[in-house]
Design a protein around this ligand. Structure first.
Ligand code: AMP
Ligand code: FE
Ligand code: FE
Ligand code: ZN
Length: 298
């Protein structure tokens, strides 16, 4: 195996993880396509949370720019109690679910959006009961139909409750914060099954956020592989180089397809650049997309 960090400029590079303002990114689909084209990306996947509408809106602009646009989506799932005594979340990326995905998939998306809205209400109520001046209406005005915690974070920063988004998550919104409000979600195994039934390719996003020791993480990924998982996101802005190399090797050992992306959110995460991540720590070879396409053809 070649070093995981070998750049392959001749083959072009791609980004398989990005967000528009149809979820919690700051750029419109049109702006994101134009940035991808000017960055020289050979392909881009739009992977908004819980919605395909950013991808749908971007399609005509991608066609104009002759950019290879890949359909993706990022969904919130949880580790099952059987897998681990933990309710930690697992972000699942699903590729190639456009067109006419199975009803089970569309119903799931709708339920996720409803549950998100109800979580936002509970979270606003919880913050208000802790003496913080925030309403769900304010949050939804920022995030439209897909308001989420990043929109809460912006308001908390603007009102002086936190200096920046990281602090807002640490003190009020993150899984470790006392005011954290969880969302109901499917287990990762259930979600993987639904994605496969819809003809999609399920991939575990940014495994660093599973927050597990290596042995447990490996066991969990093996369990997901048996449930139908097909890929692992090895390159990500939050993965330091040595971890990227480790995940590359782990993916090969577990027979999971390697994927990668910046997880670009625009001004919401200003340090993360499309295509290249944080200080150039991401560079995804076009061959990764070929691997995904072969999996979906098989
Ligand atoms: P939600 O989908 O509303 O629960 O919000 C999840 C989103 O919040 C993630 O997709 C990230 O964009 C962002 N996020 C989660 N944890 C953090 C954190 N610790 N710092 C900054 N942003 C975060
Ligand atoms: Fe996000
Ligand atoms: Fe994520
Ligand atoms: Zn993401």
């Amino acid at each position: 195996m070649t070093s995981s960090l070998d750049p392959q400029p001749s083959a072009g590079f791609i980004d398989l993880h990005s967000h528009t303002n149809e979820s919690d990114g700051s750029l419109t689909p049109e702006e994101l396509i134009s940035l991808a084209a000017s960055t020289g990306l050979a392909a881009l996947a739009i992977t908004d949370h819980d919605t395909l509408s950013g991808y749908e809106k971007a399609r005509p602009f991608a066609r104009q720019a002759a950019l290879d646009l890949v359909c993706g989506i990022e969904l919130n799932t949880r580790m099952s109690a059987a897998a681990l005594r933990s309710s930690r979340s697992v972000h699942l990326l699903a590729y190639f679910v456009s067109g006419q995905p199975a009803n089970s998939f569309l119903t799931w998306l709708e339920n996720e959006r409803t549950e998100r809205r109800s979580r936002n209400q509970r979270l606003a109520r919880k913050l208000r009961s802790d003496g913080i001046d925030i309403t769900v209406e304010e949050v939804e005005a920022r995030g439209r139909s897909l308001a989420g915690r990043p929109h809460f974070a912006r308001i908390l920063v603007e009102k002086g409750y936190a200096r920046n988004s990281e602090e807002a998550f640490r003190r009020y919104l993150g899984e470790e914060a006392p005011s954290f409000v969880p969302r109901e979600s499917k287990t990762a195994e259930e979600a993987i099954d639904i994605v496969r039934s819809a003809g999609g390719v399920p991939v575990v996003a940014h495994p660093i956020r599973l927050g597990l020791p290596r042995a447990q993480e490996r066991e969990l990924l093996m369990r997901y592989r048996r449930a139908g998982l097909l890929g692992l996101e090895i390159y990500h802005s939050e993965h330091p180089p040595e971890l990227q190399a480790y995940y590359h090797q782990l993916a090969a050992e577990l027979d999971l397809l390697p994927t990668g992306g910046s997880d670009f959110h625009g001004a919401i995460k200003p340090d993360t650049q499309l295509g290249t991540g944080i200080n150039g720590n991401v560079r995804v070879p076009a061959a990764f997309l070929e691997g995904l396409r072969q999996a979906v053809a098989a």
